[in-house]
Design a protein around this ligand. Sequence first.
Ligand code: SP5
Ligand code: ZN
Length: 341
Amino acid sequence: MLTYYSDDHHLHHGKCELIDGQLMPCFEKPQRADHILARVKNRQLGEVRAPRDFGLAPIERIHSKAYLEFFKGAWASWQEQGGKGDLLPFTWPARTLRRMIPNDLHGQLGYYSFDGGAPITAGTWQAAYSAAQVALSAQAEIANGAHSAFALCRPPGHHAAGDVMGGYCYLNNAAIAAQAFLDQGRRKVAILDVDYHHGNGTQDIFYQRSDVLFASIHGDPAEEFPFFLGYADELGEGAGEGCNFNYPLPMGSTWETWSAALEQACQRIADYGAEVLVVSLGVDTYMEDPISQFKLDSPDYLAMGRRIAALGLPTLFIMEGGYAVEAIGVNAVNVLEGFEG
Ligand code: SP5
Ligand code: ZN
């Protein structure tokens, strides 16, 4: 399987995030992608290629121009004001406030985000832009006939909606790739999100559409981030009704529980008649993940890949979360090797 990868991810290195009342070094750090790349090479999964540049047009199919313009220019505005640290939001238009776009940079940052987990640093835009190009390059590989491809994206994307960043995510790489398939003539795309956290951004983007089926297996949002989306009764709306499936699972879930949900998700994808599959590949379901509460073990990821392969669909794997840096390479590549059989 071909891997697409860009070194530009190193340009994004946030300093800290707020966890349990303490400022901690960001869990979403460059070594994550470095470990996965090392494992891809070590296992000789296949050639590693740099992305092509498809420009902004395919990104604008998912994200609003206003959002992209804000994101692209935010760091420069911060510098003009003499800003020193990472750019982080601290006020959001929650229920009692007006949903408007203020003039102030931090006001705008609050408007365009849903949590304080997505710092903007000097290189964040370039890193996120390149990650989207990595996803699009792997997508093109499949469009040109490959049965599978791996987009080693960093930063991840599945928490980002059309004009909202958060949860370490800025541009929704999986949604951008899924839309590219549709724009090139495919009619039905399925997205299977196996990251520990619900893919709220991806769900929101396609919620009212029938050309993308979204299925996500994740920590029950009643107990886990992102809390406000990802419940089992969210089935899609309007034309999208019946094209959204959430499998929230209890804290501490092992492969036994997890794989039963995967079985159901795969059944939905098969029934839907998807022509192509995009997998939002997070491996923060691992038992030793520092911020997550599932109990999957490394061999389980091989089984995960095998079950996904049994769908028989051209499959684009897009890297999302996973924070046990030492194991993330093994676990992610296990899915890919399990898929290849
Ligand atoms: C892409 C992705 O996986 N994003 C995840 C963002 C999670 N951010 C919230 C983390 C909250 C962690 N709480 C852990 C408590 C441990 N005691
Ligand atoms: Zn996650």
